[in-house]
Design a protein. Structure first.
Length: 568
């Protein structure tokens, strides 16, 4: 251990980080040298083509493992590129540890021009409002302590990204003696906070009095035992279950107690279940207040409400991602994955009327351009019997789609911040975490999301991260087409103009060629059900052989709406 950056690199390895995603930058040249020549690339370095990809890959990795991955960013401009990825991880409550760098704070040591524009008095100010903790330590020893603290805080519920800035001067400081590394076992994240016995008994009192309970499940781990405990609780209570498309799978969506399809907002069946409930238990529900407002408006809510959430501990005054304040008859600041087993241990099953099983979905059309329902049904059919994980699904995929999530890893959720462009890097991070597991990693992206982040695919190819990307290509920003239609109707203006300045067409970008330019295998555009089936079979075979495969599938965004209107 000769240089200050060697000490920082040493604590990174000591903390057990498995990968380091980075875009090279001169402000962390010392740290980069230590990763290569002091640690000998253990952990491995993953070069990315954009800083948003580096943090996005760490975000995707955490959604599978529940553990933070390390990303390293250049000062100022690198951090500016990564800001959206910080926000996505923050809103998704996913851990990541990011080490940044800064030009010398001592102005006398700055090189002319470049060290001045790539230095800042407080670089973390750019991301502080959507980062769990940040620090700019003033010594090598303090930097080691800060990386340890950043890792512990990122890993503690509610989780989130953390950021540590290491000054160039400290990186290049010659050490007179090795820096002592603390025992990492003494800085582990705390155990999940569990309920007091009185809390469990109070919930049981509500349960015993309820005849129509509803569980509204939000953020969860990928732990199978916790998944099974939620199923057991719902069955013991006879409770209807509502899940959230914005976050990862939390309950089998084809279970008879699951209400309708998992959705980003309450649909008809869910609204009916919430309005008729006499007890609503929110388990880390992302927007329990908004859900109740959608169901009841400003009217009275007769049901008792139990809100189980730790999210209040990261609420701040800049972002409104904490959502509406829900009313609650019992508000528990505990981890629901500790509460659910405690309830099961004390609960006697309650007799409830049986819930009818769902009707099977109709088979999709075989000819012509596909709508989203047919597209989703084909994917569901081709992945049947294959252990797979959807790292991303586009908006609209869940509305009327006949598919099911039957394992906590089958669906990893949205991107957190509801932005566009991070989908490819999230898919790569998840695929990295799943590599060697035997589970097929699949990212289903919109074309806008794909086009903004397509260069991330190069990193997956470079480091042999097997991944199947399927682009539901409607050649437009369709979410905004819908918004334009609603605006036109409200203002009594021509609805047919909703397509203007929304299309990604004429010329249509060659999505498969863009993938091949990054070194991936690709096919498309495919325009009908038989072609998509064949493309998926080829893609599955390619990914099983260790490759990255991209499918450009043309989807008519209006087809399902037209069919529904005709049927009615």
């Amino acid at each position: 251990m000769e240089w200050g950056s060697d000490a920082v690199a040493a604590v990174v390895r000591e903390l057990g980080f498995e990968y380091i995603a980075l875009v090279p930058g001169s402000s962390f040249a010392g740290l980069h040298d230590s990763f290569v020549n002091y640690l000998h690339e253990d952990p491995p370095l993953l070069v990315c083509l954009h800083e948003e990809h580096a943090v996005g890959i760490a975000h995707g990795y955490a959604r599978v493992t529940g553990k933070p991955m390390l990303a390293v960013l250049h000062s100022n401009v690198g951090l500016m590129h990564a800001t959206m990825a910080f926000f996505s991880a923050w809103c998704d409550r996913m851990p990541a540890v990011v080490i940044g760098a800064n030009g010398p704070l001592d102005a006398r040591q700055r090189r002319p021009w470049i060290d001045w524009i790539h230095s800042a008095r407080d670089p973390a100010a750019m991301i502080r409002h959507y980062t769990k903790w940040d620090d700019m330590p003033a010594s090598v020893e303090a930097a080691v302590d800060s990386v340890i603290r950043a890792t512990q805080l990122a890993s503690t519920l509610p989780m989130g990204p953390t950021y540590v800035v290491v000054d160039m001067t400290d990186q290049d400081r010659e050490l007179t003696a090795p820096v002592a590394l603390p025992d990492k076992r003494r800085f582990a994240p705390p155990e999940l906070p569990g309920p007091m016995p009185a809390d469990v008994e109070r919930v049981l009192e509500f349960v015993r009095a309820a005849k129509r309970p509803v569980l509204a499940i939000g953020r969860c781990s990928r732990d199978v035992s916790a998944w099974n405990a939620r199923i057991a609780l719902a069955e013991a209570l006879g409770a209807r279950v509502i899940t959230d498309f914005k976050v990862g799978g939390s309950f089998p969506t084809d279970h008879p107690l699951h209400v309708g399809l998992t959705a980003v907002r309450l649909m008809n069946e869910q609204l009916e279940a919430v309005r008729s409930a006499d007890l609503i238990i929110g388990l880390e529900c992302v927007d329990l207040g908004g859900m109740l407002k959608r169901a009841f408006g400003t009217g009275p809510i007769a049901a008792r409400i139990v809100n189980v959430s730790l999210d209040r501990y990261v609420t701040n005054g800049w972002s409104f991602d904490h959502q509406a304040q829900p009313p609650a008859d019992l508000d528990l600041a505990v981890a629901h994955e500790r509460l659910v087993p405690a309830l099961l241990a004390a609960l006697e099953p309650v007799a409830r009327p049986p819930v009818p099983a769902r009707k099977p979905a109709a088979a999709p059309a075989e000819e012509g351009v596909m709508g989203m329902r047919a597209f989703a049904a084909i994917l569901e059919a081709e992945f049947a019997g294959i252990e797979h994980s959807y790292s991303r699904l586009p908006l609209g995929y869940n509305e009327g789609a006949p598919f099911a999530f039957r394992h906590p890893l089958e669906y990893l959720g949205g991107d957190g911040g509801a932005g566009v462009g991070i989908g490819p890097s999230l898919a790569i991070g998840a695929a990295l975490a799943l590599r060697g597991s035997g589970r097929l990693s699949v990212g289903v992206l919109g074309d806008g999301d794909y086009l903004m982040g397509v260069q991330a695919i190069w990193t997956a190819v470079k480091y042999e991260i097997p991944l199947l990307l399927v682009v539901a290509n409607n050649r437009c920003y369709y979410n905004d087409v819908i918004a334009g239609e609603a605006m036109a109707l409200r203002r009594r203006r021509p609805v047919e103009n909703k397509w203007i300045a929304q299309m990604i067409d004429d010329p249509a970008p060659d999505l498969a060629a863009l993938a091949r330019a990054q070194g991936a295998q690709a096919i498309g555009p495919v325009v009908d059900a038989p072609s998509l089936r064949e493309a998926l079979r080829r893609g599955i075979e390619a990914v099983r052989a260790g490759n990255v495969f991209v499918i450009d599938a043309i989807v008519d965004p209006e087809l399902d709406r037209r069919a529904a209107a005709t049927a009615s």
